[in-house]
Design a binder for this molecule. Sequence first.
Ligand code: PMP
Length: 409
Amino acid sequence: RTDLDDARQAYAALQAQGISLDLTRGKPSAAQLDLAVDLLSGPGPDYKAADGTDTRNYGGPPQGLPELRQIFAPLLQVPVDQLIAYGSSSLELMYETVAQALLTAMPGAAGRWADERVVFLAPVPGYDRHYGICEKLGVELVAVPLTADGPDMDLVEELVAGDPAIKGIWCVPKYSNPDGTIYSAETARRLATMTTAAPDFRVFWDNAYAVHHLTEREHEIADLLALATEAGNADRVFVFGSTSKITLAGAGVSFLGASAANISWWLAVSGKRTIGPDKTNHLRHARFLRDADGVRAHMARHREIIAPKFAAVEEVLNRHFANLPGVSWSKPQGGYFVTLTVPDGTATEIVRLAKEAGIALTPAGSTHPYGEEPEDRTIRLAPTFPVLDEVRRAMEGVAVCVQLALAQR
Ligand code: PMP
C-alpha cells in the first residue's frame, strides 16, 4: 500500500460521514452574541444622552454620541474630538471614504481621485473585502508581501516614493486578517514618516481586532495617527474600527478616526448623505460597555469562548503536520483567523477536496487581490463560528484533504 492509497481511503471515509461544516467567514458564534443580548432591550425609557440629546430624534452631534466616542478613543488610539461613531459597519466607512475621495478632493489633494489613476497597496495575505472595495470603485491593487512585522516596508517606501498614482495602503495592524500579524513599532514609524510622491496618500489603518485578544497578553501597537501628526503628516491616516465582534455583528457601531482636517472633510461630504447616525444604538452601546475597561472585561468573556477553538485548530494541525516540509500555520495571539500555508500549487485542490467532503473553506486566492495567488499556497481558516466539536471535526477533515492533495502530487 502506498501513501496515496491510505490518503484515498481516509478521504473516502471522510466523504462517507456526510458532514456539512463551515470554516469560511470570521463570524462570532451564537454563544458570543449571547454575551451582548441585553443590548437589545436598550437604551430603554431613558433615551437621553449625557448632553441631554434626545437620541430618538434628529439632531445632536453629527460625529456621534460623545459618551460612546469617549470609550473607544483610547482603544483605537484616536483623540476623542477626532473620532466619529457612525453606523453598524466599518467596511461601509471604508467604502464611503474611498468613494468620497473619488468625488471630492481630500485635504492635501490636487483634485478628486476620479480624475486620476489611483493605486492602493495590498499587503498579502490580506482581507478580501478591502480588495472588493477597490475592485468595485476602479482603484488598482498592487500586492506587497506581509512580513512578521507588517508590510515589507523597504518595498512600500520604494513604491510610494516613485509613483504618485499610489494613493493608499490597506493595513490591519493588529492580529491581521488572516495571518494574525501584529505590526511592529518600526513599521508604524516608517508608514507615518515615509516620503510619498502623492501629496494625498492615505493609510487605511483598519484596526478591526484592536481588543480581540486570544491570550492574557493584550498586545499594543504604535499610535499611527500620533506618529504621523508628529512627522507633519497628520492627514495621512484614516483609522477604522467597529464593535461587530465585540457586541453584535451587523448591529454594532463603527468608528472613523483621523486628523481634524480629514474629519471636517468627511463630515462635510457624508453629511449630505444622512442627517446623522443611529444615536439610540450609540447610547445603548455606551451604557452596556460603560468604559474602556468594560470593553476589556467583555472581550475576556469572548476569549473564554473562542480561545479553545483556536487551540483545537493548533492541536489538529500540530498532530498531523509537525515537521512536514511545506506545511505551516500561524499561531495567532488574537483576531479571528488562522492561516494555513501548504506546498505551492496545492491550496485550490485542498479547498476543492474539502468542499466535496462537506467542509466549506474560504476559496483559495481570496487572500490576494483579484482572487489570484500565484503560489496557490494560502488557506484561511475561520474557527470562531462553529461549536468546538465541529471545529475539531472540520479540522480533522481538512487534515485528510491536505494529506490527499500532497499524496496526489
Ligand atoms: N475589517 C477586517 C479586517 C475584518 O476582518 C472585518 C470583518 N471580517 C471587517 C473589517 C468588517 O467589519 P464591519 O463589520 O465593521 O464592517
